[in-house]
Design a protein around this ligand. Structure first.
Ligand code: TUI
Length: 307
């Protein structure tokens, strides 16, 4: 399936794996890239040297292109911005902020830059700053989210910019890919379905939660902090949302959630972990290899797009 994104990134299928903090490490990224998609290592809050190692480990597992996601709220973003240049990473995606100040150095190093945008004005600004493509991410996504839905956001971003747009948020099967193409996207980014990939190293408690989730099983915490996060509904995430309604301070919220991503992904700690995932979790039914997921998704998408 050839699109502007397969050409830009030199990949077989126009699918990027979401850059999920504490989750997207070298094994998953390499598996997605080997299967013809674009794997991504998530920088998250990790020290730059850990990510350098992750990049090198991924390179040992694949000769295909893969990228690094830089979460711009991370205190290590500056160091990570340098490491991706030193390690000659093929492309960078960014989240949770404006990557404008890094753009010039990445472009000069030949790195393709693909910022995540939650709205049209940021999309236009990123295009002016030299973005090679944009990921328009709807509020259906897991983790830190904007307000607009994928269905409404993608065509508005497509109309506003000339660079290729990748749809993200709520895409877990071939229907989601076909729909995204109909909305004008040149590719998709998928996170939640890859949580249930065999090569995804998260704790089995996390995979079980995703596979068992129904349509109503995600919830958004932290809206009052300005950094809303979608995650699996658990006793802990419901408690957080109730505490927000009861008037806790941002500092109290911070102290209750510090380390919660690691507690979920690494420890499988149901009591204190934040199991970030998209509202499409109800469609994820089993654990499969990354290659099976990608082949199944594109088999169905191509069948639908032929109609
Ligand atoms: O970044 C994500 N998803 C994430 S980051 C993350 S770690 C985190 N933990 C606690 C609080 C916040 C984050 C977990 N999931 N997705 C991409 C994304 N980017 N969604 C929304 C945005 C975004 C928001 C504002 C991008 C740019 C932006 O710009 C604001 C500005 O004008 O600077």
């Amino acid at each position: 399936m050839k699109t502007k994104i397969t050409e830009l990134l030199n990949i077989k299928y126009p699918i990027l794996q979401g850059g999920m903090a504490w989750i997207s490490e070298h094994k998953l990224a390499a598996a997605v890239s080997n299967a013809g998609g674009a794997g991504i290592i998530a920088g998250g809050n990790a020290p730059a040297e850990i990510i350098r190692e992750e990049i090198r480990k991924a390179r040992a597992l694949t000769d295909k292109p893969f990228g690094v996601n830089i979460m711009l709220m991370s205190p290590n973003a500056e160091d990570l911005a340098r490491v991706v240049i030193e390690e000659k990473v093929a492309f960078v995606t960014t989240g949770a902020g404006n990557p404008g100040k890094f753009m010039e150095q990445w472009k000069a190093a030949g790195i393709k830059v693909i910022p995540v945008v939650p709205g049209v004005s940021l999309a236009k600004r990123m295009e002016r700053n030299g973005a090679d493509a944009l990921i328009a991410e709807g509020t259906e996504s897991g983790g830190h989210i904007g307000d607009n839905t994928t269905m409404c956001l993608v065509p508005q971003v497509v109309d506003a910019v000339s660079v290729p747009v990748i749809a993200a948020g709520g895409i877990a099967d071939g229907r989601g890919i076909a729909a995204s193409i109909m909305l004008g996207a040149e590719g998709v980014q998928v996170g939640t379905r890859f949580l249930a990939a065999e090569e995804c190293q998260i704790h089995t408690n996390f995979k079980d939660l995703v596979v068992k989730a129904k349509d109503t099983d995600t919830i958004v915490t932290g809206r009052f902090t300005g950094h809303p996060c979608r995650c699996v509904k658990t006793k802990f995430s419901r408690y957080l949302v109730q505490a927000e309604k009861d008037g806790i301070t941002p500092e109290e919220f911070e102290s209750m959630t510090v380390g919660a991503l690691k507690k979920a992904a690494v420890d499988g700690n149901i009591e204190e972990g934040s199991f970030l995932c998209g509202s499409v979790a109800g469609m994820v039914e089993k654990v499969q290899t990354a290659a099976e997921i990608i082949e199944e998704m594109f088999g169905k998408a191509q069948e639908l797009l032929k109609r």
